[in-house]
Write a protein that binds this ligand. Structure first.
Ligand SMILES: NC(=O)c1ccc[n+]([C@@H]2O[C@H](COP(=O)([O-])OP(=O)(O)OC[C@H]3O[C@@H](n4cnc5c(N)ncnc54)[C@H](O)[C@@H]3O)[C@@H](O)[C@H]2O)c1
Length: 435
């Protein structure tokens, strides 16, 4: 099938490449010339495991191309809209400028029978509003909403074989047609038994934001327990293990630490709250607390660091990790980068190493000192902070680190180190919610 993907960022580039890998004929459209040039050359414009290989194969197959020219979307039957919906400056609401602009630019190129498929995460009500615009255009096209659940770091796998597909479709024959088209797009995964849930627009939109709200709440729940553990001498990791054995609770997403970040969870829970406010509902007021607990963890790591070094002005801080999570170079709303910047602002000399995110971080926080390897970050440090749980940081050897640093002090903000082993090696070692 001929497919267009409008917006080729973390979601869209992966989606376009994977759809071509599945045998479709795909054109990716983006307004960012640099990104389109990279993708056209078969290079991934960001770090995502497995994406370079898929891009290379798909580009070589001749089934994938990228352009800045929206008119090249003409001729595709299905048009995925995957542009950004960031937080609006000065408000918690989602900024819909990009989605609206993308749909406006696409409308003149639609033909009878085309299906516009929203993938971006949007406030409930968006699909119904955009469907009216699509149907009012002279094309005879229709619209579906097919929210995306991929996790950065696992984006290729999650796109090719997701946990489930959600289709938000119009009632009646239009819905049946939309469902049939999406089934054709996702035929490979559906053939392996991937669940597919068909529902109305509003429910599909809400599935996405409620899933993110639930995940954020689970993380902040365990981080709230970490705060209690810190005040009482309890160990939140043992607590998580023990309550996680209850199948109704589950152990996943119960790792206490520096909290969530990235281009989705923080802005999505804020936008969801803002939408509930618009609807006159207090139902999501608790998400303000979820957000507050999450942000307090960043402040706590700054406080722990200050406590360890005494005088923060001039202290040499080794920051290991600035990506919001491992296996990604994404630093959008990164808790790690926030902590690094806060310490820099308080006068510390911050040296950062991230295996993949040095360059993305440098673009938004050029004031920090980025180094190419772990040892350079550690050398002569007064304190070491593990802020992103990259595998190479989990495997740090206390004896090796001790040879490089000026002072034996470490903060494990991601609960990935054996604090006992570090203490045995002479370190003053601190974690979150752990004695
Ligand atoms: N990144 C994720 O893990 C993820 C997962 C699920 C859902 N989402 C949602 O997907 C959407 C995209 O997220 P992302 O992380 O890929 O964002 P992103 O910022 O990486 O990518 C958005 C892309 O859209 C392009 N764009 C903006 N306006 C355009 C226009 N008018 N025409 C064509 N291209 C345009 C931008 O240049 C950019 O490349 C968001 O709504 C996000 O919440 C993201």
């Amino acid at each position: 099938m001929r497919i267009s993907v409008i917006g080729c960022g973390y979601l869209g580039a992966v989606h376009a490449a994977c759809m071509a890998e599945l045998g479709h004929d795909v054109v990716g459209v983006d307004v960012d010339e640099r990104k389109v040039a990279e993708l056209s050359a078969g290079r991934a414009p960001f770090f995502e495991p497995g994406l370079p290989e898929v891009l290379e194969r798909a580009t070589a197959s001749g089934r994938l191309r990228f352009t800045t020219d929206m008119s090249e979307a003409a001729g595709a039957q299905v048009h995925f809209v995957a542009v950004g919906t960031p937080q609006t400056a000065g408000s918690h609401a989602a900024d819909m400028t990009y989605v609206d602009a993308a749909v406006t630019a696409l409308l003149p190129h639609l033909a009878d029978g085309d299906l516009v498929v929203g993938k971006s995460t949007v406030p409930v009500g968006t699909a119904a509003r955009l469907a009216e615009r699509v149907r009012a255009s002279s094309s005879g096209a229709d619209l579906a909403w097919n929210p995306e659940f991929l996790r950065e770091g696992f984006a290729v796998k999650d796109t090719v074989s997701p946990d489930r597909f959600v289709y938000g479709v119009p009632a009646g024959a239009g819905g049946e047609r939309a469902t049939a088209l999406l089934d054709e797009v996702y035929a490979t995964a559906l053939a392996t038994g991937t669940p597919r849930l068909v529902m109305d627009y509003a429910t599909a939109e809400l599935v996405k934001v409620s899933a993110n709200a639930f995940l954020a709440t689970k993380i902040s729940f365990i981080n709230a327990m970490a705060e209690i553990a810190e005040a009482t001498g309890a160990d939140v990791t043992q607590l998580a293990d023990a309550i996680g054995h209850d199948a109704r609770i589950g152990r996943k997403f119960l790792n206490a630490g520096l909290g969530f970040g990235g281009g989705c969870l923080p802005k999505d829970i804020r936008a969801f709250q803002a939408r509930a406010d618009e609807l006159g509902l207090e139902s999501l007021a608790f998400l303000a607390d979820v957000d507050a607990v999450n942000l307090r963890r960043r402040a706590k790591v700054v406080d722990l660091t200050v406590e360890l070094v005494g005088e923060v002005e001039g202290a040499r801080v080794a920051v290991l990790g600035v990506a919001f999570k491992p296996d990604s170079d994404d630093v959008r709303d990164s808790p790690a980068l926030d902590v690094a910047r806060a310490l820099h602002d308080r006068g510390a000399s911050v040296r950062v190493h991230d295996p993949e995110a040095n360059e993305t971080a440098r673009r938004v926080a050029p004031e920090l000192d980025y180094v190419a390897d772990v040892d350079s970050a550690l050398r002569d440090a007064d304190v070491v902070l593990v802020l992103t749980e990259w595998k190479q940081f989990r495997q740090l050897d206390p004896a090796h680190v001790a040879e490089l640093v000026a002072e034996l002090r470490i903060v494990d903000a991601r609960a990935v180190l054996d604090l006992g082993a570090w203490r045995a090696a002479g370190f003053e070692a601190r974690g979150l919610g752990r004695p």
